[in-house]
Ligand binder design. Structure first.
Ligand code: MN
Length: 128
């Protein structure tokens, strides 16, 4: 399924890598670098899936997640945390916070695309 994926990431090199991988696989990529921009893209575009860096300006990825889960139009959207935090217990913490999944940096460029796609909604419907 070709999806509309929002990437919220403030590091330009990470953004470029993620964008390249997803676009190569046929997905449409929307970009934001802050919590505020993320909110704007979300309400304007209703993406199929969101990838969010935990450390982003404006309150962090967990803040954006809370906004998504509190919005009836958005709360069904899978939200994957992408972060360099790799301490014991982090994965559990992120899942408990309500993230659909957790991908650690540095990104494994071969696994990243298939992993993200495994969390896409399975109904195959998209307005992208
Ligand atoms: Mn960051």
């Amino acid at each position: 399924m070709k999806a509309k994926i929002l990437v919220v990431e403030d590091n330009p090199l990470n953004m470029q890598m993620v964008r390249d991988i997803l676009q190569y696989r046929g997905h449409r990529v929307l970009e934001a670098t802050t919590v505020e921009e993320g909110r704007e893209r979300l309400s304007a575009n209703l993406p199929d899936l969101v990838l969010v860096d935990i450390q982003i300006p404006g309150g962090g990825g967990e803040r954006l997640l809370r906004d998504i889960r509190a919005d009836g139009r958005l709360r069904h959207i899978p939200v994957i945390a992408v972060t360099a935090f790799a301490m014991e217990g982090d994965q559990e913490r992120f899942l408990k916070a309500g993230f659909t999944a957790y991908i650690s940096k540095p990104i494994d460029t071969r696994q990243f695309g298939p992993t993200v796609e495994s969390f896409l909604p399975q109904d195959g419907k998209t307005d992208a």
